[in-house]
Each structure stands twice: as C-alpha cells, then as structure tokens.
Design a protein around this ligand. Structure first.
Ligand SMILES: NCc1[nH]cc(CCC(=O)O)c1CC(=O)O
Length: 320
C-alpha cells in the first residue's frame, strides 16, 4: 500500500518543564486526532529560549511584562522555523503580530489560584502577618485587600523553584496557578484553593493558546480539531476585557468568565464575566461583573464600568 508523504510540523515552546509538558500534552492530543482521522502529520519539538527566561531575578513588571516570553517564539513562527507554538494563555499579550493568530484554545483546566503552605493551610488559616510569596501584582492586590496584615514578597522562577522557596526562604505560603501544578502532575502539593471571589484569576489562566500562521491552512484545520468552543468563548471575553484596559503588561488586572447554564431566549450561549483592577498594596480593589451573549461586548462593558470608577488612574500609577 502506498504511504502518504507526511508533513512534519515543528512545534515551538519555551524550555521550562511546564512549557515542555504542556506542549507534549497538546501534541499527544493532536496525534490522537491524526490517527483517528488518518491525517498525515508528524510532530517535532523545537525549544526556544526567550528573554523572559534569561531574566529571572527581577520583578516581571519591571522588565517589560508578558511579551518577554513570546517575542522570540513569534519571530520563529514568522520565519517558518516553527509551525505552531503552545503558550500559557495568560502569558500571551493581547495583540498578536500581523500574520499570526490563535489557532486553537483547548479545554481549560482549573483557573483558580492555589496556596502551597506548610501544613496544608487554607487562606483563612494563614497566621497573622504571614509571609506570602507571589510575583503577581494581581494576587498581591486581592489577597492584601482582604488580609492587610499579610506580607507579600516577590518569588520568581519555575514552579518547582517557587515551591522550593517555601522552605528555603521562610515563606508561610506561595501562591501559584493550580493549572500549572495539574499539568505537571503535582496537584498533591496543593494545600488549598483560593476561591475566585477572593482572588479573580489572571485573564486566560488555566487555558492554553496555540499560535500559528494565518496562511497555514493545514495547521489551522488540524488545530481547529482540539479547539474547545466554550473555553474559547470565555477566554475571548476575558481578553476583550484586557484589551479594553490596554493591559498588555504585568499589571494588577484579573478577569474570570464562565458560561451560564441557561441559554438566552434566542438560544445563544450566555456568559458572566467578573473583572478586577487593584492597587498593588490592596488598598483599592475595583470589581465589576457583567452578563451577556457577546463575549467582546461583555469584556468591554466590564472594563468601561471599572474605568468609570477610576481604573485608569490605578493602572497609570503602576505603569501599566
Ligand atoms: N506566570 C507564569 C505562569 N504562566 C502559566 C502558568 C501556569 C498556569 C496557567 O497556565 O494558567 C504560570 C505559573 C503560575 O502562575 O503559577
């Protein structure tokens, strides 16, 4: 029998353990789709070192924010050195360069933040004045807002480094996205979850984004098979919110959208989005929730409601 000639798809990723693991998981999903539909594709992983990986000792917000992790990867896509790239959605800047697009958003895992503590504490059980490690202004703002006694300190590095610092640097707790721990198979390290009404997650947290070239129809058709329309719908609303607040950088912004069980009268999906903007010290925390059927609009409406309450001033103060 004649063998079809296979196209080898080169997949770009950062070289952190989390990036490699989630890229491997996406490739496994695609391989299953290929064998089910008899599609002639092979996959090869190409590791890319980004500027964000080289600068690990500075607070992210001081060195230019999220774009640091994707610029080199996007250049490799445009140069055709790679054919698609797997990103943590929350690390993707709002706007993609001309010629690139988000080809798929697979099903989201748990979007919540979680605590790693000694002795399995919940947020409410943290002792008075506890030292909490996070490099995220969003987490610092929201946690200090309800617990002004907490001392927040920056902790950077890969997930395993941050967990190690719980012991080596005397933290009472380290805050991480649950999603990263699940993907690594380290969920047994999670002491407790921070409810989304206490700490609204980062835009896109728990979701992946798969970036590809707009004109690569083969890759686009393939990626479309692992797209999860409901996740994509919610993430679109969160990213619309981010875009409406000009939030490309590491700033104290969070948004969480969920689909409502009930459809609108005309049968379309409905979603609810809660967005926050806060000051890094937690003294100000603005929160708004909007419902609707158009994700773009819901994001913009929540952003406008926050802007009307002074969100721009807070963002300008932190240099967002
Ligand atoms: N900021 C780094 C980062 N980017 C993506 C994840 C994993 C969670 C996810 O995919 O949303 C993490 C770690 C963390 O925030 O704890």
């Amino acid at each position: 029998m004649k063998q079809a000639i296979k196209r080898t798809i080169v997949v770009g990723t950062r070289q952190s353990a989390l990036a490699l693991t989630q890229t491997g998981q996406v490739i496994e999903q695609l391989k299953a789709v290929c064998s089910e539909h008899n599609l002639p594709y092979d996959f090869e992983v190409r590791k890319i070192v980004t500027k964000g990986d080289r600068i690990l000792d500075v607070m992210l917000s001081k060195v230019g924010g999220k774009g640091l992790f994707v610029k080199e990867i996007e250049e490799s896509l445009l140069n055709k050195e790679i054919d698609f790239a797997v990103h943590s959605m929350k690390d993707m800047p709002y706007s993609l360069p001309e010629g690139l697009m988000n080809g798929a958003i697979p099903k989201r895992v748990d979007p919540r933040d979680c605590l790693i503590t000694n002795g399995g504490l919940t947020f409410d059980q943290l002792p008075e004045g506890a030292l909490v490690g996070t490099s995220s202004l969003r987490r610092a703002s929201q946690l200090k807002h309800i617990r002004p006694d907490l001392r927040m300190e920056s902790v950077r590095g890969n997930i395993d480094t941050r967990i190690r610092k719980l012991e080596t640097e005397g933290f009472d707790a380290v805050v991480l996205a649950a999603a990263g721990l699940y993907r690594m198979g380290w969920e047994d390290r999670i002491s407790s979850y921070v409810p989304v009404d206490v700490c609204v997650p980062a835009v896109g947290q728990g979701a992946l984004g798969i970036e590809c070239r707009v004109n690569d129809s083969g890759v686009r058709e393939l990626l479309d098979m692992i797209n999860d329309p409901e996740t994509a719908f919610a993430v679109q609303a969160e990213r619309s919110f981010l875009g409406a607040l000009n939030g490309g950088c590491q700033i104290p912004i969070g948004a969480h959208a969920t689909l409502l069980e009930e459809r609108a009268a005309d049968g379309s999906l409905q979603l609810s989005l809660t967005g926050i903007v806060g000051s890094p010290d937690g003294s100000v925390l603005l929160k708004e929730t909007r419902l609707g059927t158009d994700p773009q609009r819901v994001g913009i409406e929540a952003a406008e409601a926050l802007r009307a309450r002074g969100a721009d001033r807070i963002l300008a103060e932190v240099g967002g």
